[in-house]
Design a protein around this ligand. Structure first.
Ligand code: PHE
Length: 347
């Protein structure tokens, strides 16, 4: 009998239930009317008198231990169940916040540039990404043999023959096509700013991509001069890069503007003294510009004797790289949230 008592005691000590229902089952098995301890109590009645004292004490100790253990386990498990129920069920608890996205740095810079020109009276114009030769090249005074019309530089969707043709369908290589579309539908005065994606057949590197963003400006009215252009672009540079920013213009060539210029802004890192970013020159190239070529005005039925105008175009990635000090253009396309989250506060 002493072995049976010890065995039951071991069972009571080792009992580790997962739910309150298991405890109740255990209680019935040990302490119930037909339980094992109850059976031992019956057996105790017929034990020899000289053993009664020792066995009686042992049985009492077992009974107390079993009762105590069952009660504490029941309480513990009931509390745990109530806790987890309240976690699911409490509708007044605050929810877990969804992680919010943020605006892409290219959109931030695009919006900023649009706002600067909106203050000068420009409105936003849009155009298709899939274009024809006429709007991307012919109407912009590109001669048929111009290298930009080559497969090397342009993604064609439909090409009539190996010769350039006005029927060719292609992905626009610059936003200047929106200039042409605006002039077709609008009479001067025209003052538009045209942001958009452009496509060029280029190898991808830290400074070039086959898809990027440009923003183009066009201003046509009576008596618009080179000085007007210079002043507008200086205003733009100061708004984007800060009051200390200066610009300079270098002669350049574009088929659709004459004269044409390349615009540099003073390096905002070294303040013009020369540093690795501006390659020691103190200046950073930011855009192309020029007075709209009379041939381009004529192609859109605008009288070049009466009207003149200027146009400018820049890469948004380039402006964003200079503004935020980003060294690799590819970061703008990879959508790595560790990169993108750095612009959360720029909203
Ligand atoms: N379209 C030119 C380019 O893609 C930029 C430009 C626009 C230059 C307007 C002059 C005037 O490089």
């Amino acid at each position: 009998m002493i072995e049976k008592i010890n065995e039951l005691l071991r069972q009571v000590e080792e009992f580790s239930p997962k739910a309150a229902a298991e405890v109740e089952e255990f209680r019935i098995r040990i302490l119930g009317k037909k339980g094992e301890l109850t059976a031992l109590m019956d057996e105790f009645k017929s034990v020899a008198p000289e053993l009664k004292r020792e066995l009686g004490q042992k049985l009492n100790a077992l009974k107390n231990e079993a009762l105590q253990r069952i009660n504490t386990l029941k309480e513990e498990l009931q509390n745990a169940a109530a806790d987890s129920a309240s976690q699911v069920g409490d509708m007044t608890r605050p929810g877990t916040a969804e992680e919010l996205g943020s605006r892409h740095p290219i959109s931030l810079v695009k919006n900023e540039i649009v706002e600067v020109f909106a203050r000068l009276g420009y409105t936003v114009a849009d155009g298709p990404e899939i274009e024809d030769d006429q709007h991307v090249f012919s109407s912009l005074n590109f001669p048929p043999e111009h290298p930009a019309r080559d497969m090397q530089d342009t993604f064609f969707i439909e090409k009539a023959s190996s010769e350039p043709s006005e029927k060719d369908i292609l992905l626009r290589t610059h936003t200047s096509s929106i200039q042409v579309r605006t002039m077709e539908h609008q009479k001067p005065p025209i003052r538009v700013i045209c942001p958009g994606r452009v496509f060029r057949n280029e190898a991808i590197s830290y400074r070039a991509h086959c898809i990027f963003h440009q923003i183009e400006g066009l201003y046509i009215d009576e008596g618009v001069s080179f000085a007007d252009m210079k002043q507008s672009l200086l205003y733009f540079a100061k708004e984007i890069f800060g009051e200390q920013a200066q610009i300079r213009m270098r002669p350049s060539y574009f088929p659709f503007t004459e004269p044409s210029a390349e615009v540099d802004v003073s390096c905002n890192l070294c303040g013009g003294k020369g540093c690795p970013v501006c390659k020691g020159t103190g200046w950073l190239e930011i855009m192309g510009c020029g007075m709209v070529d009379p041939n381009v005005l004529k192609a859109s039925n605008i009288d070049p004797e009466k009207y003149s105008g200027f146009a400018f175009g820049m890469g948004i990635e380039r402006i964003a790289m200079l503004k935020y000090g980003v060294k690799d253009l590819r970061l703008y396309f990879e959508n790595d949230v560790r990169f993108l989250h750095q612009f959360d506060d720029a909203l």
